[in-house]
Design a protein around this ligand. Structure first.
Ligand code: PMV
Length: 334
């Protein structure tokens, strides 16, 4: 038996950084996917083939405590620890610890860009392997297992990324609670700077400024929280599409300005944001921790012009939309 599952990337639409201070945030799944094939092997080992994870391809095998790398590419190795944990967790859940499982991964999601590639690979792996082992899990349950994988690999996590990747659509997050918002189309362009900021360092930098001048930073965080609540109101409203896009675009621009005020933008990120706006995007902002990574632009009329402007400004554009679906079982072969 062979199973193919896929899971989407995510972007934070509103509320990064302020979410660390207990304010709400809205994230959404986007139509860039990681695909995982799972099948049994008779060696009793976990074998992971990463054919294309947007870093050079490599094959890695685990057997008991030994790890065999055919090549070692730093970022890829990090992704693979999520895959291994995901397989081990599902084998435990299914009481199938000694079963040999081979997974083969291909991905459209760049690694280390703040788009949730690790969560997507964990969720797709859990989806494929649980189906292979005959476990009936809901997408919500798979999101929770994905959160467990993150906790095991990285020690701390809000769980936003695996939840969004498993469930899809829009998620409003506040103090550990997730709310699935109604779906709406959002034609966007993601612009990747090509470099990645360290989420840990950026969060610490904002914390430093906050502690130094709380009376200045607190109102910025409060305003960011209010932006999220306004955006939630727009998403759940029955306003017509044009008006909703216009309001979300303005909120994106204000949120970007506040993130810039916190010091998490870079010259390159701001250049991509302004290039997108000049090319006709209704709104554009950083998504995620900043310091590199990605921005996104809302461009209902002119996605390809905005993508070209991002390329000219030195970024890598990805034309995409919000993915209604999260984890998907694509194929089950006998
Ligand atoms: O770029 P990402 O997906 O790592 O987003 C980080 C979001 C922050 O709010 C900056 C940190 C956090 O833990 O929520």
């Amino acid at each position: 038996m062979r199973v193919l599952a896929s899971a989407p990337a995510k972007i934070i639409l509103f509320g990064e950084h302020s979410v660390v201070y207990g304010k709400p945030a809205i994230a959404a799944a986007i139509d860039l996917r990681t695909y995982v094939w799972a099948e049994f092997n008779d060696r009793g080992a976990i074998k992971i083939e990463a054919k294309d994870i947007r870093v050079p391809g490599l094959t890695v095998s685990f057997s008991e405590d030994e790890i065999y790398f055919e090549s070692d590419y730093g970022k890829a190795a990090e992704v693979l620890s999520y895959v291994r944990q995901a397989i081990e967790l599902v084998r435990e859940e299914a009481d199938a610890n000694g079963k040999g499982v081979t997974v083969s991964i291909t991905s459209q999601i760049p690694v280390g860009a703040g788009l949730g590639s690790s969560a997507a690979v964990a969720v797709a792996t859990i989806g494929a392997v649980s189906k292979l082992l005959g476990l009936e899990l809901t997408n919500e349950e798979i999101g929770k297992l994905g959160h467990k994988v993150e906790l095991l690999v990285q020690g701390a996590s809000s769980g936003i990324d695996p939840t969004v990747s498993a469930i899809g659509g829009f998620i409003h997050y506040e103090k550990g609670n997730f709310e699935h918002l109604p779906f709406m189309e959002l034609p966007i362009v993601v612009g990747y700077t090509g470099s990645s900021g360290s989420t840990k360092e950026l969060v610490a930098m904002v914390r430093g400024t906050y502690e130094e001048m709380p009376e200045v930073i607190e109102p910025v965080l409060v305003a960011m929280g209010k932006i999220v609540e306004k955006a939630r109101g727009v998403i759940i409203s029955d306003l017509d599409e044009e008006l909703r896009f216009a309001q979300l675009g303005r909120l994106m621009n204000i949120n970007h300005g506040l993130l810039d005020a916190l010091g998490v933008s870079t010259k390159k990120l701001s250049e991509l944001v302004y290039a997108a706006r000049v090319a006709g995007a209704i709104g554009a902002k950083i998504t995620g921790a900043g310091g590199g990574g990605c921005m996104y632009a809302l461009a209902p009329e002119n996605q390809s012009e905005v993508a070209t402007a991002i390329t000219i400004a030195g970024g890598t554009p990805m034309i995409t939309r919000i993915s209604r679906e999260g984890l998907r079982i694509e194929e089950v072969l006998p």
